[in-house]
Design a protein around this ligand. Structure first.
Ligand code: NDP
Length: 476
């Protein structure tokens, strides 16, 4: 008997993926650097399906049917290269190595090119949903050569999350496309979490609501257009009471957000592509500020002054914050999708943005009703320049903007940081502006560096001789 698929790297993610394949009736070959994990999996979960445990890489490879499909689920980075170096010499033309870890897309591009030269298919697959998703159905974003998807896709679709019977898995595009999209997914997740946190903070500090009250408010929002996994779990977290102290859980947790780095990667990639993902960037920076203990302590010790005046919120705070959250979320997603489209163009990936929204509707952290509207927007117009001009989103923001502005004003007046809400609003206002002060920046650049500028009334590059005889002259 041969296995249809093999998994090497059997820590929590690999083990759950292997079990998920087995539960769907596939025979699964198992391998891990140290045999202990392999043995443990078979002992604990062997009854769930058919597993072929292997002690060595050679046994593992020999137990797979051809073309071989080897899922690598190890610590991202050098471990992945070590595993590839171990397996590649054992594989034959047409076999597939599938890296399901959180690799950087540039590493995936490098690995894909190197393995292609050896006649092997390398598939960088983004897998979202954590350990629960891996077991019960993740959202899967496979890249790599299109041909490999023919032999691999049906297996991945089997174990992926489903919405109305449709799998949350699609071939994203060549080489690093899958890992790129997974990275942006994580960046959007950062932005979403930051915006929700700001909504909580404003309700608490301006509205005086308790964490339990806010849990109730979020539960209400979860029934509406904000309905999503993140809103749902936020309500659960806010409801939680610390057993030791009887205080709300949020009040006993140190307020320093940590990060594993995919948000940072997203912003770095966006900077390289020149795409303004200010919502994701602000959320990465907000985590960094929260963890910047020395500066925060110094500022608190110096008692840096806050606002001296400023009244309360004018308007219905709860309703306004919901509108601000929704509008800011639209901006964050619009920016994330713009980044995917920019990379798709840069690398020739031909990514279908609507399909990305579709496969994020279940199995992953940012799953939300909202994604249906994004999918519909791209179905209507695959060439949509920004989600903000889609009729659904345009109307939603038009309806939300007055409330959104009131919330940003209140935050500023009361000295409550709301970098997500306010930067999203600034982005929106920048996009809609007929004229931006960038013209002045062009003038400054031309003044000090002769960088030239373009004119509104005729084509070509122009430079002004700023210093000549104290009077500007124009040199066309
Ligand atoms: P870890 O990231 O903790 O990695 C542990 C596994 O990597 C073990 O199987 C370990 O083998 C193996 N490993 C480490 N170094 C090497 C090496 N040099 N050679 C061979 N094998 C090595 O496991 P997780 O299950 O948490 O995550 C796996 C991947 O999935 C990571 O890339 C992670 O980023 C990604 N991921 C994780 C999610 C999560 O929620 N945890 C969600 C989505 C993706 P040994 O047992 O011998 O030490």
């Amino acid at each position: 008997q041969k296995a249809q698929i093999g998994v090497t790297g059997l820590a929590v993610m690999g083990r759950n993926l292997a079990r998920n394949f087995a539960r769907h009736g596939h025979t699964v070959a198992l391998h891990n650097r140290s045999y202990g994990r392999t043995k443990e999996l078979v002992e604990e979960f062997g009854h769930e399906g058919t597993f072929l445990p292997a002690e060595t890489a050679e046994q593992f490879v020999a137990s797979l049917e051809r073309p071989r499909r080897v899922v690598i689920m190890v610590k991202a980075g050098p471990a992945t290269d070590a595993v590839i170096d171990e397996f590649a010499p054992l594989l034959e033309e047409g076999d597939m190595l599938i890296d399901a870890g959180n690799a950087h897309y540039a590493d995936t591009r490098r690995r894909e090119a190197a393995l292609k030269a050896k006649g092997l298919h390398f598939v960088g697959a983004g897998v979202s949903g954590g350990e629960e998703g891996a077991l019960h159905g993740p959202s899967i974003m496979p890249g790599g050569p299109k041909e490999s998807y023919e032999a691999l896709g049906p297996l991945l679709e089997d174990i992926a999350a489903k919405v109305d019977g449709e799998a949350c898995c699609v071939h994203v595009g060549p080489d690093g496309a899958g890992h790129f999209v997974k990275m942006v997914h994580n960046g959007i997740e950062y932005a979403d979490m930051q915006l929700i946190a700001e909504a909580y903070d404003l309700l608490r500090q301006v509205g005086g609501y308790s964490p339990a009250d806010i849990a109730g408010i979020f539960q209400g929002w979860n029934e509406g257009r904000l309905g999503s996994y993140l809103i749902e779990i936020t309500a659960e977290v806010l409801k939680q009471v610390d057993a030791a102290t009887g205080k709300p859980f949020v009040d006993v947790v140190l307020d320093r957000a940590e990060q594993k780095g995919t948000g940072r990667w997203t912003v770095q990639a966006a900077l390289d592509l020149g795409v303004p993902v200010s919502g994701i960037a602000e959320s990465v920076f907000a985590r960094a500020i929260s963890g910047g203990v020395t500066e925060r302590e110094a500022a608190v010790a110096a008692d840096l002054p806050g606002p001296t005046g400023g009244g309360g919120h004018t308007g219905d705070l709860q309703a306004d914050v919901e509108q601000a959250l929704f509008a800011s979320k639209i901006v964050a997603y619009a920016q994330g999708f713009q980044q995917i489209q920019a990379a798709s163009k840069e690398y020739g990936w031909d990514i279908d943005p609507g399909a990305m929204a579709k496969i994020w509707r279940a199995g992953c952290i940012i799953r939300a009703k909202f994604l249906d509207f994004i999918k519909q927007a791209y179905d209507k117009n695959p060439a949509l320049p920004t989600l903000l001009v889609d009729s659904y989103f345009q109307d939603a923001v038009a309806g939300a903007q007055d409330a959104w502005r009131r919330v940003v004003v209140t935050a500023a007046q009361q000295g409550i940081p709301a970098p997500g809400f306010s930067s999203a609003l600034a982005y929106y206002d920048s996009l809609r502006a007929k004229r931006l002060p960038a013209a002045l920046i062009q003038g400054q650049r031309d003044f000090f560096g002769a960088h030239t500028y373009h004119r509104v009334d005729k084509p070509g590059s122009f430079h002004t001789l700023w210093a000549a005889e104290g009077r500007p002259e124009v040199d066309a």
